[in-house]
Ligand binder design. Structure first.
Ligand code: GLU
Length: 269
């Protein structure tokens, strides 16, 4: 049997904090117990907010925690073509439609519904644009996102991942953003496949979104890894470290003399 492949996939849009440290240690421990290994992936599709110095700090912080990983590390911004190809497959099934709405317009037109992440659920405004208007707006250079037609997707493969969340509650999620040629949901399922990931361990904050990932895997004909969602540690970290301002970066804690063993003891891993 081939060995299990886990992954740790932080975004370099800030410094890692104690929640990331817990997630990383949890993942490496789970991989070790399963006789597998952990791949590192840098999720930097948001090129406006991600910075190379944060990526460097991620490497440094993880090494400080005593963790190691095989090279080369997959850096998402180097693989936009892979995500484009996946979007083309979905478009070929007529599952995507262009959306020109701004955040402001969406908030103004929203019907007071929220998705499982607590964000305003898209009211479907652009789903009903006729082909001529879409063409005219695209020709005039208006930027647009591509949204998944959720009803159509559910119609194709049935309700999936109901243990995680009800897909219809998400509405037509964005799969290709206006500002970058992919989205978190699309790139994460593509990369988990390309990297041969068999086991995903991540925080409970991603639990509900797993339904979307299962749906995309089914639509794209990709394998579904085994998912495990761990507890979130942020709330009690400050108290346990004797700090009043809880959510601290690993960098700041290191500067204050906190040792990796202190975190491991607090996490009770
Ligand atoms: N890039 C995500 C984060 O930084 C990880 C999501 C995942 O593990 O699927 O929280």
């Amino acid at each position: 049997m081939s060995k299990p492949i886990f992954r740790f996939a932080p975004s370099p849009n800030g410094y890692l904090h104690t929640g990331h440290a817990y997630s990383a240690l949890f993942t490496w421990q789970a991989a070790q117990q399963a006789g597998g290994e952990v791949l590192l992936r840098i999720e930097d599709i948001d090129t406006g907010r991600c910075r190379p110095e944060y990526t460097e700090q991620i490497f440094d912080d993880l090494a400080w925690l005593g963790l190691s990983w095989p090279e080369p590390v997959r850096v998402q911004s180097e693989h936009f073509d892979d995500y484009r190809k996946a979007a083309v497959v979905l478009a070929g099934k007529d599952l995507l439609y262009p959306c020109f709405c701004s955040r402001k317009q969406i908030a103004a037109r929203a019907r007071g519904d929220f998705d499982p992440d607590g964000a305003v659920r898209y009211p479907g405004t652009c789903k009903h644009l006729n082909a001529d208007e879409v063409q005219r707006r695209q020709d005039s250079g208006e930027v647009f996102a591509l949204r998944l037609d959720m009803d159509k997707a559910i119609g194709l493969v049935g309700p999936i991942g109901q243990e995680y969340s009800d897909l219809s509650e998400w509405g037509d999620v964005v799969l290709v953003r206006k500002d970058t040629p992919t989205s978190y949901h699309l790139s994460v399922v593509v990369d988990d496949t390309i990297q041969g990931v068999t086991n995903v361990t991540r925080g409970m904050d991603m639990y509900a979104a797993t339904a979307i990932h299962l749906l995309l895997q089914k639509l794209l004909g990709l394998p579904t890894p085994h998912y495990q969602h761990h507890r979130l540690v942020e709330d009690d970290m400050g108290r346990k470290l004797g700090k009043s301002d809880g959510d601290k970066s690993l960098k700041a804690l290191r500067d204050e003399g906190v040792q990796p063993g202190d975190l491991v003891a607090i996490f009770e891993l």
